[in-house]
Design a binder for this molecule. Structure first.
Ligand SMILES: [Zn+2]
Ligand SMILES: [Zn+2]
Length: 375
């Protein structure tokens, strides 16, 4: 394979200064680092190529020789692409730390945060309207009480790892770089357990059922989730506890339909009330409401009750409850009613009926009504 020009690899000009070369390399190294691109061979090659180019251009002597003689001038100066084994790249901080201040702090196998947990909880529409408190039972990983979370049997302690002498890393020279890899024996913790705790088998964690009380606020909608800080799994090595996410599922209601913080219900109203006006009672989500219908109300009209809808989950204000009034057409009628309707029919006889303009036919466009009728 033909080797690319080192300046081209880093994307800098031949006369580029040290700082420019350094920042160009940093950008490439961060972008293509194997830790960020697991399993991506193209990225790995780019990373190696950039590291090789930087090794030469950052060194004044090598750079002069490279400028004069090209790749031949610096042959053997680096370990070359084949010499770079991705396994010895180690942690992100190990290679880049010395150059760019990533050093220190994090190491593999050190304190790790406990996992977040998810719990799916179904509630009724009424519970979402008023808010509710629920107690749930969740299995989670907690610190083992027998060994106090150390993982070592009672009377014993964790010992310093003999292979890495407690550092958690093995360092060695790789070409021009000092590379570090995570110690295999202690998996980076720097400690080993000679006699594991019998209760947790050395993990320091045991699974326990825990009861958690969840306060569900009024107005919560389907699929919304609540975060319970610190109710997830315990961390290891002194790491923080994860969080618990409770995902709310609101069972659909037979009568109430929700749209944002507004609610909709539909009522079938006898023709005389729609024609001459009147009132009737209806069950709202928080008790009875009196619906007043003015004379000549079109079928399908919406009558709003402001502040009778859902509580906003943020606690600010309430939505509107809309009562949709539809003319009721009775399926069964008495003899007397039949007579009266016949008389009414005589006064309202029609041979031909003109189509009604959409604007006059109620509150909704015609096509929506057709959809209601024929699906
Ligand atoms: Zn234990
Ligand atoms: Zn070790």
């Amino acid at each position: 394979m033909k080797q690319r020009d080192y300046y081209e690899v880093l994307g800098v000009a031949r006369g580029a200064g040290d700082q420019e070369i350094k920042s160009a390399y940093r950008k490439l190294a961060l972008q293509h680092h194997p830790d960020r691109n697991p399993g991506d061979h193209a990225a790995e090659e780019k990373f190696k190529e950039a590291a090789e180019a930087y090794a030469v251009l950052a060194d004044p002597d090598k750079r002069v020789r490279y400028d004069q003689f090209g790749h031949a001038g610096v042959a053997g100066a680096t370990s070359g692409p084949q010499g770079f084994n991705p396994d010895v790249f180690g942690d992100f901080s190990d290679i880049l730390g010395d150059f760019f201040g990533f050093g220190g702090g994090q190491r593999r196998g050190g304190p790790s945060r406990g996992s977040d947990l998810r719990f799916d909880l179904e509630i009724t529409f009424e519970e979402s309207f008023t808010g509710v408190e629920k107690t749930i039972q969740i299995p989670r990983e907690e610190h083992c009480e027998t060994c106090k979370g150390t993982g070592a049997a009672v009377g014993t302690t964790r010992e310093k790892c003999p292979q890495c002498r407690g550092s958690g890393q093995l360092r060695y020279q790789q070409g021009f770089l000092v590379v570090a890899r995570t110690c295999g024996q202690c998996r980076g913790t720097g400690e080993v357990i000679r006699t594991p705790c019998a209760t947790c088998r050395g993990t320091g964690l045991v699974t326990k059922e825990r009861r958690v009380t969840v306060k569900i606020p009024a107005g919560i909608a389907d699929s919304q989730r609540l975060r319970l800080h610190g109710e997830g799994e315990h961390g290891t090595g002194g790491g923080p506890t994860g969080d618990l996410y409770v995902v709310i599922h609101v069972r659909p209601h037979a009568v109430f339909q929700r749209e944002g913080d507004d609610l909709y219900i539909e009522t079938q109203v006898p023709f005389p009330i729609m024609a001459m006006g009147g009132s009737f009672m209806v069950d709202g989500p928080a008790g009875e409401l009196e619906v007043e219908v003015s004379a000549g109300t079109a079928s399908g009209s919406l009558i709003p009750f402001r502040g009778k809808g859902m509580q906003s989950v943020s606690g600010r204000g309430k939505g509107t409850l809309f009562v949709r009034v539809v003319v009721q057409v009775p399926r069964k009628i008495s003899k007397d009613q039949r007579k009266l309707i016949e008389q009414l029919g005589q006064t309202m006889k029609a041979e031909k009926i003109a189509a009604t303009p959409a604007d006059d036919s109620g509150d909704r466009p015609f096509f929506e009504k057709v959809k209601d009728l024929f699906g």
